[in-house]
Design a protein around this ligand. Structure first.
Ligand SMILES: Cc1cc2nc3c(=O)[nH]c(=O)nc-3n(C[C@H](O)[C@H](O)[C@H](O)COP(=O)(O)OP(=O)(O)OC[C@H]3O[C@@H](n4cnc5c(N)ncnc54)[C@H](O)[C@@H]3O)c2cc1C
Length: 413
């Protein structure tokens, strides 16, 4: 007959994303006598990893320690500092290899995987160590009991009792955050950390659809700038450079209700003087090739013609017949195009959230809620935001591992 479990060994984890799965796997590894139940409201854990069209998401960064300044210059919360010291980027890479998720190293240390494979491997690892995965079940209520411990309910049934409950319900507004707020915790309203920006002109997106290159973008109002790759499409501007800018200046962008002017230098590898010289050389070389068929390196003819049109340069003219004034207008367009923005959305690739549970309300050594012993928080439901490129994901893995080790230490003390 099964032994009745001591409540002190029973843990519930709410949320089956990276953070919830990671915490439950490590809890079972560190406390083999424990019973760990993971409750996920979707049909499957980590549902975003199975999204159509999600190719090789970035799920970490192997260059630990480097470039880890908080976006916007805030000091990292002590909890995240400790978590990342215990679980640096190399640990994420090693962990993904251990899971046989076939991690690949992309640009600047970004760790990429096939989403569906990682989803499968994480769930297999959780089941293999004996985590009870309860998918398709949303936790509706968590109540502290007079004698200690907690009881949990879904809308349909009582889910059970636990000595400790870990909230890993993610960075978007969710029921876990609401429950913590109701119980008196400080929870900031979440907002998207990495954005897609919507230009006021639809035509702009149509004309530049498919353009992907290294650019420098700058907020006209503040001068804040980022350099990196941009992807242009009918849905807007996105890619690492937009994610970086929005991570650094997200508060201001939200304050402006996402209506502002963005300045784009489409050719940061060229100075204005260098471009002028190159264009003059083309006019001096003579020839009959139309300007419209002679794009700068990295531009397709279609995209190049957009810039010519904006500068009112006739694409049918050969270089020697172009006027100085028109060539200068073209340089101005390429180096300082002003793009009015009138809205935002979520990028197709790497996503992150700012806002959520205040990390300073948690014990830095465990992620335990200071005012509510027995409740813990980890993952993106905490209020932090690191730059794009896998740093945010690193912090999610690290905070989950940190919480598991913190709980294990408290329960073996
Ligand atoms: C299209 C898309 C692309 C993304 N791309 C990337 C990427 O490239 N890299 C990356 O690191 N991240 C990416 N993310 C972000 C990712 O979803 C997470 O935000 C991040 O991994 C943090 O993990 P988490 O476990 O803290 O939170 P989440 O992954 O958000 O997990 C939280 C889980 O909790 C569950 N939940 C919430 N409330 C309850 C409740 N009351 N009861 C039970 N379950 C509940 C949710 O259903 C969810 O599955 C992407 C997300 C999307 C949607």
């Amino acid at each position: 007959m099964a032994r009745a479990r001591n409540i002190g060994e029973v843990f519930f984890i709410i949320g089956g994303g990276i953070a919830g799965l990671m915490t439950s796997i490590w809890l079972r590894r560190l406390l083999p006598a424990s019973a760990v139940t993971l409750v996920e409201r979707s049909d499957l854990c980590c549902p975003w990893m199975l999204r159509k069209g999600l190719h090789e998401p970035i799920v970490g960064n192997a260059l630990s320690g480097e470039n880890l300044a908080m976006a916007g210059g805030d000091p990292p919360p002590a909890l995240l500092d400790r978590a990342l010291a215990a679980w640096p980027g190399e640990a994420t890479l090693g962990w993904l290899r251990e899971l046989e998720a076939q991690p690949q190293l992309g640009a600047n240390g970004a760790i990429q995987v096939e989403g569906a494979l990682l989803q499968r491997r994480l769930c297999e690892a959780a089941r293999a160590v004996g985590v009870d995965l309860k998918e398709n079940c949303a936790v509706q209520d968590v109540r502290g009991q007079p004698g200690g411990g907690f009881r949990l309910w879904s809308a349909e049934e009582a889910l059970g009792e636990a000595a400790a409950v870990v909230f890993a319900t993610g960075g978007e507004r969710n029921h876990g955050m609401a429950l913590l707020r109701e119980s008196g915790s400080s929870v900031a309203t979440p907002r998207a950390g990495f954005l897609r920006l919507r230009p006021a002109s639809r035509r702009f997106g149509q004309r530049l659809e498919g353009l992907s290159r290294e650019v420098r973008v700058m907020l006209e109002k503040t001068g804040a700038a980022s350099v990196g790759r941009i992807h242009c499409g009918t849905r807007g501007l996105e890619g690492p450079v937009i994610a970086d800018l929005s991570a650094r200046s997200g508060g201001e962008l939200a304050g402006w209700r996402y209506r502002f002017a963005l300045q784009v230098d489409w050719v940061p590898e060229w100075s204005a003087a260098g471009l002028r010289k190159a264009f003059i050389e083309k006019t001096e070389q003579g020839g009959r090739q139309p300007v419209g068929e002679d794009p700068l390196p990295g531009f397709s003819v279609r995209h190049w013609n957009y810039f010519l049109e904006q500068a009112r340069v006739d694409p049918a003219l050969p270089w020697p017949r172009t006027k100085d004034r028109k060539r200068n207008a073209l340089i101005e367009r390429l180096k300082r195009e002003r793009i009015p923005i009138e809205g935002m959305g979520l990028p197709a690739g790497e996503r992150a959230w700012k806002g959520g549970m205040d990390p300073s309300a948690l014990h830095p050594e465990s992620g335990g809620v200071r005012e509510k012993p027995g409740l813990y928080c980890c993952g993106e439901m905490l209020d932090f935001l690191y730059p794009p490129g896998g740093y945010q994901a690193n912090a999610v893995w690290a905070s989950a591992y940190h919480t598991a080790t913190g709980i294990a230490a408290e329960h073996t003390a």
